[in-house]
Design a protein around this ligand. Sequence first.
Ligand code: COA
Length: 143
Amino acid sequence: MDDDQSLADRSATLRTIAMPGDTNPAGDIFGGWVLSQLDMAAGICAGQRAQSRVVTVAIDRMQFLKPVRVGDILGVYTTVTRTGRSSMDILVEAWVRRGRIGIREKVTSATFTFVAVDENGKSAAIPNRDDLPAYAKEKSGGL
Ligand SMILES: CC(C)(COP(=O)(O)OP(=O)(O)OC[C@H]1O[C@@H](n2cnc3c(N)ncnc32)[C@H](O)[C@@H]1OP(=O)(O)O)[C@@H](O)C(=O)NCCC(=O)NCCS
């Protein structure tokens, strides 16, 4: 499956390569490594939206759709789908480019809930979107 349209509204937040050291005993990439990449990408997205430190508070609907293999290029895409006072939901999708022929497949998706926190770890209000610096409103996150 190669569905460019479904990626159109999302930020390409993270891109990395699956290495031999990240495999499970069966030789595919360990699910915990994939989850960690999604958590990092969601954290980048949430931190830009909140303009503060953020913490992961929940992960919902985590789906491992296809295996990730050594040498795959993993791209992680994020979208803020809800903001509350201090919490926000981030839809995260991971896609791979496999091998030399470059087939693209969606491998994993999940919704992460992050909470903006102050320096004491207490929940803190998220700013209005209009008050964000210009870079944080860009799809690329200003990268
Ligand atoms: C996140 C944390 C600060 C929230 O503390 P809290 O006392 O529940 O704070 P509040 O009651 O003010 O709630 C803050 C927000 O979190 C939301 N929230 C709290 N627990 C939640 C959960 N399990 N799922 C979804 N949202 C949750 C609340 O609904 C609230 O949202 P809102 O401000 O948008 O209305 C606290 O639970 C915490 O520190 N958790 C550990 C986070 C962490 O260490 N993550 C990394 C794990 S390795």
